[in-house]
Design a protein. Structure first.
Length: 311
């Protein structure tokens, strides 16, 4: 007599094996007609007989803030947010030519029929980030997502990096993320709503390179900050994730022909090409979508063409 343990499944297993014989024809039932709307999840819809889930990436009516919008990654994210339906506040790091670059992004967003506004935010000062973010929330009428994309590269041997240079690299590449997440969470609490935060960082936060010690250290701090902040803010439904960039097409001026390590990194990119800014925006939209990220937080997503598999 067969017992109740694992062996008890043997008779059923025998029946399954019987139906797996070549002489046994399987009969498949195929659904007839179009999908019934009453059987679909609320976020799905039927278009021309096909089930689509575009609502997963629909940001219509949402309010977004992009910090570092004058930079290639930030500008691409701002445009992608607008294309998905969001109104976007553009925060630039300095009040110089960065404002002109942000205005070009603003014109693109307005051409899509969305609202855009530009602000200057000194990301090295926590108080300035707090005050500017409060002003932005008041003027655009809310806040649903924040993308943080400042970037200051420094390529020098350790012994040649001055104290001032180290401080500046840490302020722009790490402190900016800390201050922005801290005060974005403050605004989400005040608005009594969930929020989505995307930190744009570098794969050098996971894999270091010679002559990039300060830059890699700053982004390594961002990576672990994303992981820790996601744990702290999860109970408030504030999701924190990161996008780690590899070698991008706007970074080619950083690479000297004599820099063997940098040239090796380019050669070791599996796709054998630099990434493009427009490849960053769609992932940011996904990570900022409320429906798509109900169960994703504390993750760093590389957009690096396979670079980190070799470094």
């Amino acid at each position: 007599m067969v017992g109740d343990g694992p062996a008890g499944d043997l008779p059923r297993l025998g029946r399954l094996l019987l139906h797996d014989r070549p002489c046994v024809r399987h009969r498949w039932r195929r659904a007839r007609g179009r999908p019934r709307a009453d059987r679909l999840p609320p976020e799905a819809r039927v278009v021309g007989g096909e089930v689509t889930r575009t609502k997963y990436f629909d940001l219509t009516g949402k309010k977004a803030l992009v910090i570092g919008a004058e930079l290639p990654a930030g500008g691409a994210i701002a445009r992608a947010y607008a294309e998905a339906g969001a109104d976007v506040a553009l925060a630039v790091l300095t009040a110089d030519e960065a404002v002109m670059r942000a205005r070009a992004v603003k014109r693109d967003i307005e051409a899509m029929g969305r609202t855009a506004a530009e602000y200057v935010m000194d990301v090295t000062l926590g108080k300035n980030v707090q005050v500017t973010m409060r002003q932005i929330v008041k003027e655009i009428g809310g806040l649903d997502m924040v993308a943080i994309a400042p970037d200051l590269f420094l390529a020098k041997p350790i012994e040649k990096i001055s104290d001032t240079e180290l401080q500046r690299v840490m302020q722009v590449n790490f402190n900016a993320h800390f201050f922005a997440v801290r005060h974005a969470a403050e605004e989400f609490r005040r608005l009594n709503q969930p929020g989505r935060i995307v930190c744009v960082t570098s794969v050098l936060g996971e894999r270091g390179l010679p002559n990039a010690t300060a830059y890699a250290a700053a982004h390594g701090a961002v990576h672990n900050f994303v992981r820790a902040a996601s744990q702290e803010l999860a109970a408030e439904r504030i999701m924190v994730n990161g996008i780690a960039l590899g070698w991008m097409d706007w970074m080619t001026d950083r690479i000297s022909p004599d820099d063997e390590e940098a040239q090796r990194a380019v050669r070791f990119t599996a796709l054998r090409r630099a990434g493009r800014a427009d490849e960053v925006g769609p992932l940011a939209v996904y990570l900022s979508s409320e429906l798509a990220t109900r169960n994703i937080t504390g993750q760093i997503f590389p957009v690096d063409g396979g670079l980190t598999q070799h470094l």
